[in-house]
Ligand binder design. Structure first.
Ligand code: NDP
Length: 286
């Protein structure tokens, strides 16, 4: 009988509020489906313990780990290097061990882009993006790297909005306009892609964006980063007006797909991962 290996390869996630993060179920479903002896451990880590936790992960041979709130920026000095988009946006949500170095990547925006590209090529398009927080920042940078034509950035806080607009116009030389969000915003007629990158709608399927819904036109692609619930009020309104819709589960699944690929080298089956999330959220594909 050949010698058995009782040591699985380890990856995981570090965050505060880890109990509410469904990523572990999705990633472990992929490991099981592909017969990989890997484990994804969902770890509750307080900000003052992050440095020790990263040191521990190095010592225990973790192949990588995800980072969620509130560690995406503070982890950077603890790493050995950054990928291109993580370096531009100054935030890391996925660490990959490469030749014993811990390299910080950002898969949030890449995950979003991959689900968007399944329905439309953003190159040359005019995108309206609501929000300027972590998710919106990641999405805007990846859209810029993918060759988007123009971004209209709509945010409540002018300071955050302008900072992101300056980053996009400066580092990425993008054509970007910032609009301070006051009252119902009307989508410009030449916009083809509309994205909610705010947390409006999270855990509240009836929450509405301050938006003139009649400015949503058939043929527009309307996407939401919110994944709980997946069928947000924005997506229901958009579908009712003949728009194509993309829910936040697609982004969550694809950032997981990219992370698993970075760590293991395999291309995991997104359907298995999405199915797991749909079972958790009790929903059907949008
Ligand atoms: P942040 O806290 O960094 O940013 C929140 C954004 O939402 C800001 O732009 C904020 O505006 C805006 N906002 C919040 N409430 C309101 C409101 N009432 N009116 C107007 N604007 C508002 O959060 P994140 O960017 O990290 O996360 C945003 C959402 O994205 C969350 O719901 C999160 O779950 C989701 N997400 C989804 C992922 C996925 O894979 N599907 C991945 C990552 C995040 P202001 O600047 O004015 O405060």
């Amino acid at each position: 009988m050949s010698k058995q290996n009782f040591c699985p390869k380890l990856v995981g996630s570090m965050s505060q509020g880890a109990a509410g993060n469904p990523t572990v179920a999705m990633v472990e479903a992929a490991f099981r489906h592909h017969g990989l002896d890997w484990r994804y451990v969902n770890l509750e880590v307080a900000p003052e313990q992050l440095a020790d936790a990263v040191k521990g992960a190095r010592a225990m041979g973790f192949r990588g780990f995800n980072l969620s709130m509130p560690h995406k920026v503070s982890v950077i000095p603890l790493l050995d290097g950054l990928g291109e988009s993580a370096s531009i946006m100054g935030a890391v949500n996925c660490v990959v061990r490469r030749d014993d170095q811990l390299i910080g990547e950002n898969t949030d925006g890449k995950g979003f882009l991959r689900s968007l590209q399944e329905v439309v090529d953003p190159r040359g398009q005019h995108v309206v993006l609501f929000g300027a927080g972590g998710a919106a920042r990641a999405i805007a940078v990846e859209l810029g790297l993918a060759g988007v034509g123009r971004i209209t950035l709509v945010n409540r806080s002018a300071k955050r909005g302008r900072e992101l607009a300056d980053l996009l116009g400066g580092k990425l030389k993008l054509s970007v306009e910032f609009v301070e969000w006051r009252g119902d915003y009307a989508i410009p007629a030449d916009a083809t892609i509309v994205i909610n990158g705010t947390s409006i709608g999270l855990y509240d399927g009836d929450a509405t964006l301050a938006l003139d819904v009649s400015s949503l036109k058939p043929g527009m692609v309307v996407a939401d980063v919110v994944f709980s619930p997946p069928r947000t009020r924005l997506l229901r309104d958009a579908a009712g007006r003949g728009c194509r819709t993309l829910d936040g589960l697609g982004m969550l699944v694809n950032q997981g797909v990219i992370g698993v690929h970075y760590w293991t080298g395999i291309e995991p089956d997104p359907a298995v991962m999405r199915q797991t999330l749909e079972e958790i959220f009790g929903t059907q594909k949008s």
